[in-house]
Design a protein around this ligand. Structure first.
Ligand code: CA
Length: 246
């Protein structure tokens, strides 16, 4: 078989118009082959790198549209590579989807903190991967930074719309503000009083149970897509927004 390798001589091969370049950094050959056979074609050109060195070499001279990054690489961790990419002015806007083994799942937060846009836990289906790639690229092609996103959930701050996997939700202004607050303050517990201060404003006199009413509405909106699980209730205290919703 022929795999496009990052260090092969054909890296200057012109991609067809509109073909997106995906750099796949993965040391496991079966996974490289699976992704290559499933995705390399009219829509995407898959460039494979087997370790951090090959990936870095490729990135020194090329700008892929997206990077699929394995967590455990032989020479450097995928996490460290993502950090480097996100610190690099030229590369920082390239979206990254991390690929991780089940046992490394607890490291998800680190990956997202390092700047990864999404996460896939092995084993995954190429169909699922392909859907995630489309979602990430679609978010990017909307072209500006006035978006907040978390997996398939996207907030458009200009249009005040909420999209889940491309579908627009009918969201009220308070639910929007609440969701915006959560998405910019994930992984931290907020009390009802704090949420009232931050979302409703400090000098509004609103009962704490108002928060629960709007959380309920927000969860209802997010529920059909399973995103309601991102909002966790901390009993007797308040709420927490999770960035990993697997
Ligand atoms: Ca690996």
């Amino acid at each position: 078989m022929h795999l496009n390798l990052a260090n092969s001589t054909n890296k200057g091969y012109p991609a067809a118009m509109g073909k997106r370049k995906i750099l796949l950094v993965e040391d496991e050959k079966p996974i490289r082959e699976m992704i290559f056979f499933a995705l390399d074609g009219d829509e995407y050109e898959i460039i494979a790198a087997v370790d951090g060195r090959e990936a870095s070499e490729y990135l020194n001279a090329n700008m892929p549209d997206l990077i699929l990054m394995d967590w455990m690489l032989p020479d450097v961790s995928g996490l460290e590579l993502v950090r480097r990419i996100k610190r690099d002015e030229l590369l920082s806007n390239i979206p990254v989807i991390m690929l991780t083994a089940k046992t490394e799942e607890h490291n998800k937060i680190d990956g997202l903190d390092a700047g990864a846009d999404d996460y896939m836990t092995k084993p995954f289906s190429v169909k699922e991967l392909s859907a995630r790639i489309r979602a990430v690229l679609r978010r990017l092609s909307s072209g500006d930074n006035n978006h907040l996103s978390n997996g398939i959930l996207v907030l458009d701050l200009d249009k005040h719309t909420v999209l889940i996997d491309g579908d627009e939700l009918d969201v009220g202004p308070t639910e929007f503000k609440l969701l915006e607050f959560f998405m910019t303050h994930p992984e931290k517990v907020y009390s009802r009083a704090q949420l009232l201060d931050f979302v409703w404003g400090r000098n509004k006199f609103v009962e704490e149970r108002t928060v629960d009413v709007h959380i309920l509405r927000l969860r209802k909106l997010l529920k059909p897509h399973g995103c309601d699980k991102m909002i966790q209730t901390i009993r007797g205290y308040g709420y927490l927004f999770l960035t990993n919703k697997e």
